[in-house]
Design a protein around this ligand. Structure first.
Ligand code: F6R
Length: 614
């Protein structure tokens, strides 16, 4: 949601904080701000809009030289994105500056308390109330660390807080609950960030903070306690990311770079999954085979693109393991009193590992004794940490707000999970599993082939600049692809787009078809079932009513030619694996159309990369 940075050391605090914010801007870009302590005073600068707005102001007049500072890039929750609501916020006496990611749920009650104390609040944010509360504590004689502890004990909700005190120019204090925060350990300097991208330029040694912990940081010392001041051991780790992973590699957008990385990321997500004897192994899985054998129902929970990966997973898991699977939006799951028990396996899919809806859904499931397995891209993020087991997707950092390589690697992880359960439960013979694994291992080359015809898709996209509405049709595993293709177009090009199961069209949506309406159709491979023929009928029905059909169909499928106004060829792959290739032209289409429309593809309006509030 928001990006948070903290620094103490010999460098320029302003420059170090701004550098960190630049790498975290994908988390939110409604406003940005920085605060430093210099000469016994707080100096704060903040601006609505992207970080560039703040940088422009600081270029004209920078903050005084300082070796301690905090910064924030915001995705608005409480109050509109303007200068006043931008973080950092200060207490009434401007002694404390504080930044916050998350939501304080009992802020109304706390606000009343602050206002009763005659404090005037300037912003609409819950954060400003916390700044006042911390300041009240330091003004009554507590040091910043104790003040933070005492305030955290009163807070409900999710928060990462980072604060500095003008009367203690050597110490940064931060706290976390249900919201990310990592510490970067330097030599004579230390860093804080919502993720390691904030500081990998300076150090690769880091500390992972647990739930309800406070970190106190000076140049030479880092101490972690719980909210009651009791020392706790934080886990140290080395960051092995390549800094260039966070750069664009010659592409105009991170998103385009990430689309083109997909052959490699899919290959990476398959590395090390088979033993020498050919058995499937999932190293990070902490669930015993006996536990998996007992599973009689699987519920997949996720949001957005990850939810569509879950829809594909349902087809694969049910087909290969004969275990019933439900797929649920994480935001709805715990509010409908779901039937779960110790033999239910919850699979939580999340690229970021921080999505609040998904995190709270798995907490609910675990409270009812269900086992939770996370499929996640972000090491040590909250969702895998709150789960019993995890399969990491190994896509590397995904910076573009719209998920692409995250989706493909989630699909791979879902296929692997399905095959692993099939191996454990014995629902598929070893040679069948081997054959599917070989097909999966061939996918990076197939994706490369699809990317080879990007130019054709780009031409098509540019020809749709004036289009106001696009429909997407699919069947079976192609149905979630249609939904995902429509989501990509909505979020990037801001064009009305809807995905439908092709068979459902005649039950209502066909009324939308009018002369020239573009309809993108994901055609299933020709197989032994009737899927392909049924899809062809659906395409004919919309074409007969004036739709312009853009069909994605496998190489060699001549039967589609009479009904396709535009034909994009896909490699020949099995129906269950087809989403891995079929989504790629739809990603390219949305990316190029949004570019042609002049939109910011990496940071679409109103969105943030990880949604850490419900
Ligand atoms: C769309 C997109 C979102 C996310 C959703 C869940 O391109 O990225 O729909 O898929 O917010 O996020 P994660 O996977 O991080 O839980």
């Amino acid at each position: 949601m928001c990006g948070i940075v903290g620094y103490v050391g010999p460098r320029s605090a302003q420059d170090t904080v701004i550098d960190g914010l630049r790498r975290l801007e994908y988390r939110g870009y409604d406003s940005a701000g920085v605060a430093v302590v210099s000469g016994g005073d707080l100096h704060v600068e903040k601006r609505a809009g992207k970080l560039a707005n703040l940088e422009k102001v600081l270029d004209e007049e920078s903050l005084p030289t300082a070796g301690i500072g905090i910064g924030h890039t915001r995705w608005a929750t409480h109050g509109p994105p303007n200068d006043v609501n931008a973080h950092p916020h200060t207490g009434g006496a401007r002694r404390i500056a504080l930044v916050h990611n998350g939501i304080i749920e009992n802020f109304v009650e706390l606000r009343d308390r602050v206002e009763d104390d005659d404090h005037e609040l300037l912003s609409d944010t819950d954060t400003e109330i916390v700044a006042h509360l911390v300041e009240l504590q330091v003004e009554s004689g507590f040091d910043l660390t104790t003040a933070m502890q005492r305030v955290c004990q009163q807070l409900d909700g999710a928060f990462t807080l980072v604060a500095i005190d003008s009367e203690d120019p050597d110490t940064v204090v931060a706290a976390r609950r249900n919201s990310p925060l990592v510490v970067g350990l330097g030599e004579g300097e230390n860093f804080l960030g919502s993720d390691v991208a904030a500081f990998i330029e300076f150090t690769r040694e880091a500390l992972e903070l647990g739930q309800d912990q406070i970190v106190v940081m000076t140049r030479d010392h880092v101490e972690v306690t719980d909210f009651w001041g009791r020392p706790v051991e934080a886990k140290r780790f080395h960051v092995d990311w390549d800094l260039s992973a966070a750069e664009k590699d010659g592409h105009d957008w991170f998103m385009r770079k990430e689309i083109f990385e997909q052959p490699r990321t899919v290959a990476d997500s398959l590395i090390g999954r088979r033993t020498k004897s050919g058995q499937l192994q999932l190293d990070e899985m902490r669930l015993a085979d006996e536990e998996l054998r007992d599973v009689d129902k699987i519920i997949i929970i996720a949001c957005g693109t990850s939810f569509y990966a879950g829809m594909v997973a349902k087809y694969a898991i049910e087909h290969w393991t004969r275990t019933p699977v439900e797929v649920e939006l994480a935001s709805e799951f715990r509010y409908r009193d779901p039937i779960i028990d110790a033999t239910t396996l919850i699979v939580a899919i999340s690229q970021s590992g921080e999505t609040a809806d998904t995190l709270h859904a798995i907490m609910h499931a675990r409270a009812q004794k269900a086992k939770v397995l996370a499929i996640c891209n972000t090491n040590r993020s909250s969702i895998p940490r709150e789960s019993d087991a995890v399969i990491y997707t190994h896509a590397g950092p995904e910076i573009g707000v719209a998920s692409t390589k995250g989706f493909l690697t989630q699909l791979v992880a879902c296929y692997l999970l399905a095959l692993y359960i099939a191996q454990v439960k014995g629902t598929r013979f070893g040679d069948e599993i081997d054959e599917i694994m070989e097909q999966l291992e061939a996918m990076p080359d197939h994706i490369e082939t699809v990317l080879g015809s990007a130019a054709t898709v780009y031409d098509l996209a540019r020809a749709h600049v004036g289009t106001r509405s696009v429909l997407f049709l699919g069947r079976h595993a192609g149905y979630p692809v249609a939904l995902e293709g429509a989501l990509k177009l909505k979020e990037l090009a801001y064009i009305h787009a809807e995905g439908f199961a092709a068979g459902e069209l005649k039950h209502g949506p066909i009324a939308l078809i009018e002369e020239g309406l573009p309809v993108l159709c994901v055609v299933p491979p020709k197989g032994r079932d009737q899927l392909h023929g049924k899809m062809l009928s659906g395409i004919q029905e919309v074409r007969a009513r004036g739709a312009r059909t853009i069909c994605l169909a496998e190489e060699g499928d001549a039967s589609i030619e009479p009904y396709a106004d535009v034909l994009i060829r896909l490699p020949k792959v099995p129906v269950l694996l087809q989403p891995l290739v079929a989504i790629v032209p739809l990603q390219l289409f949305a990316c190029e159309l949004a570019t042609a429309l002049g939109h910011d593809v990496d940071q679409p309006r109103n969105l943030a990369k990880s949604v850490t509030v419900e």
